[in-house]
Ligand binder design. Structure first.
Ligand code: ADP
Length: 491
């Protein structure tokens, strides 16, 4: 079987969030299960080129239609973690992917719809006929439609399209004329059974296109698959998703266990292993020591519990709750580390101000940047990891924390509810964290207080919880098998 992923992110070279991790982790696992996998992404100027091997141009001039003319594209080929990746570099006037950033551009609709069409053009011109094309989020949602309308009749042969929704909040609304600019007839598509947004009659909705035109569509956890069919979780698409739910399923994301591995992680000062429980806690403590030193946390007196948080600072992640958790942790004698970035200047300013106000407090550290190395050290060095999301399609950070023996404290929503089971209240036989339900201060404190109090009073109980969490298999093994089932159904 031959599968091509077409996506806007790929870990570790072009990563903004979990989408990047999923595309790379799932691809690696599919390859290990004998499937031929290739990936197509844009050739961003800001990619981490150091992690791409043998990057070279392979086709200097694949022309793709846009705004009445054919724009030439250079397609590059390289290898990322051994996976063959094609990079599309359009030579249009505004150089879509040479902006120094992945997403924050006013013409994102043009950039990614152009990329989607160019990716199919590449498959067509190079006579690649993958069995399955797997598309992700709104950026590549129109690919099944482009295939049906343009490339199928030209002779490109693809047996099925899987479309995965990683986050329903971002759907890609656009004026229909983008379709005319891409060579299609917009009035044909601005109808309720095609691309018309259910609530904005004059706009098309890219994500709706992915749902309507794909062979099967999925989302990233079983619980989120239920939530998106409700008025609260559906962001306006709940009725549409429900009406297509005969071809819909929630498949829990996995974690790339070879990359996120405390036994081999290249960023950790001291490695540790679940297979060696005798040294595990001592070695984990060494990571805490190193992290506190690196970030100049200077507790004097008795040891303190350390809480970490790594996130995009956006409303979805419960930024106000993160702030409440921070102050509560300090109040209870603990320490707090926040590593995060925000696309919103006002949020960045807010957290920078908070950082300034707390500059003399040696029990808290803010890092307002994207930092892969530090993220690994936080996962390994903290006692607890907090994820107070308002909604969370799957969430990877809690899974990484588990793998590094750091106890998650999470709001039970979406994929967090599928993966974290409360030490006191879960009906599951195996537990791995602290959870709360209500997205308010009282809710957060109900879990955080229990966690910190247990740290002070009953370390043995926490150690049992850590071991239980580290033993759980949230790798890609089972999720990849489920994707393969869907690929087979397409065949
Ligand atoms: P989302 O995709 O909504 O951002 P996920 O939990 O699915 O959330 O994935 C987040 C991924 O991004 C994790 O791998 C996390 O470690 C990483 N990440 C988020 N912010 C940062 C940051 N500032 N520095 C390093 N890694 C980060």
């Amino acid at each position: 079987m031959y599968v091509v992923h077409i996506a806007s992110e790929l870990s570790p070279i072009a990563k903004v969030g979990g989408l990047a991790d999923v595309v790379s982790g799932l691809s690696k696992e599919l390859i290990s299960k004998g499937i031929k996998v290739e990936i197509i992404i844009p050739k961003y100027d800001c990619m981490d080129h150091s992690s791409i091997n043998d990057l070279k141009p392979i086709t200097p001039d694949i022309p793709s239609y846009f705004e009445g003319e054919y724009v030439p594209n250079t397609v590059w080929q390289g290898f990322v973690d051994g996976i063959k990746v094609y990079f599309i570099e359009p030579h249009n006037k505004t150089a879509f992917f040479s902006r120094g950033e992945f997403y924050n551009c006013p013409d994102n609709i043009e950039r990614f719809s152009y990329f989607s069409r160019a990716a199919l053009e590449f498959l067509y011109k190079t006579k690649k006929n993958p069995d399955i094309v797997h598309c992700h989020d709104w950026h590549t949602a129109l690919i099944p439609l482009f295939y049906n309308e343009i490339y199928k009749s030209l002779g490109l042969s693809i047996k099925g399209f899987i479309y995965t929704i990683h986050n329903l909040e971002h759907q890609g609304f656009a004026s229909p004329d983008i379709l005319d600019r891409l060579g299609l007839n917009s009035s044909y598509f601005l109808t309720p059974d095609r691309l018309q947004d259910p609530h904005r009659a004059n706009l098309i909705n890219f994500m709706k296109g992915g749902i309507v035109y794909s062979t099967y569509f999925t989302t990233v956890s079983p619980n989120y698959a239920k939530e998106v069919q409700t008025i609260d979780g559906g962001f306006g698409l709940h009725n549409l998703i429900t009406s297509y739910n005969y071809k819909f399923e929630g498949i829990l994301n996995g974690l790339d266990f070879s990359y996120w591995n405390p036994e081999t992680d290249r960023y950790l000062p001291t490695h540790f292993s679940i297979n060696d429980p005798k040294t595990l806690f001592k070695h984990k403590e060494a990571n805490k020591f190193y992290l506190r030193k690196r970030l100049s946390l200077k507790g004097i007196g008795p040891a303190r519990p350390l809480v970490g948080c790594i996130t995009r600072l956006v409303p979805q992640k419960g930024t106000h709750l993160i702030e409440s958790a921070l102050f509560r942790t300090l109040e209870m004698g603990g320490e707090f580390i926040l590593l995060g970035t925000s696309p919103e200047p006002a949020t960045t300013e807010h957290f920078l101000l908070l950082k300034l106000n707390l500059a003399n407090n040696h029990h808290v550290h803010f890092e307002m940047q994207y930092n892969e190395e530090l993220s690994h050290q936080i996962y390994a060095g903290c006692d607890f990891f907090i994820v107070p999301s308002i909604f969370e399609p799957c969430g990877l950070t809690q899974l990484i924390a588990l793998r590094y023996g750091t106890i998650p404290i999470v709001r039970s929503t979406g994929g967090l509810a599928d993966t974290i089971f409360d030490i006191d209240h879960s009906d599951k036989p195996k537990r791995n964290g602290f959870t709360f339900n209500h997205p308010d201060k009282t809710g957060v404190f109900s879990a955080l207080d229990r966690a910190l109090n247990t740290w002070y009073q009953d370390k043995k109980r926490l150690e049992t919880l850590i071991l239980e969490g580290m033993r759980m298999d949230f790798s890609w093994n089972i999720p990849a098998q489920k994707y393969i089932e869907f690929y087979n159904r397409c065949l």
